[in-house]
Design a protein around this ligand. Sequence first.
Ligand SMILES: [Zn+2]
Length: 249
Amino acid sequence: MDYKSASQRARVLTESWIPVNALCPACGGAYVKTPNNTKALDFNCKSCARPFELKSSKTRFGKKVVDGAYGSMISAIREDRQPNLILMNYRLPFSVLDLFVLPRRFIVEPMVVARKPLSQHARRAGWVGCNLDLAIIPRSALIPCIVNGTPVPQEKIQRSWSATEVLENVGGAERGWIAVTLGIVDSIGSRFFSLHDVYVYEARASRLFPNNKNVKAKLRQQLQLLRDMGLIEFRGRGSYALVDTLVSN
Ligand SMILES: [Zn+2]
């Protein structure tokens, strides 16, 4: 089968599935294709107008999601216009196996990794695409809507959405730090953790923010911000706890 026609068919199937079978994770409104339809896979919620972009794949998404051009993704994030991502894993004959939403609040600059430029023999020689590295953000960032073919109740989807919605009020660069700090807390793997547990990941934070020369202080500051936003609790003597809503179930 010719690759192009197969991928076009898949595109028609996946994009027509969304408005009929899924609802906005934020408010339960209907998905509608964007009016000017310049990019076929874009949707808006009819009720809250939030923007979404669909990415679909026949193979399961791992910790890396292949995205488009590196430069456009970085500028979208810097201009705060990156869409929420709908990640669909389907099989043929067409059925949806998994559907997750990655809210735009977690699409931050440190997770955008440039791929190697296309070789000089490629049609778009020199073009640089990117991957989104999901390993650096907390697992609670991904909102399950369908898991192994079983739909998650809409009420639960909206609860997961609200759990970290407060992060939408955080501006650009700071949002990257918050997402990375929450990712570190998630990697610790325990609801209760200490400042020392966070510092163990200092090297990860330094790699993601190479210009910051005082990573420990920055991490401490993020813990304070997370407390002020009601996402973690301070329990005294350098010990912390994630709030109920962020504990993975
Ligand atoms: Zn909505």
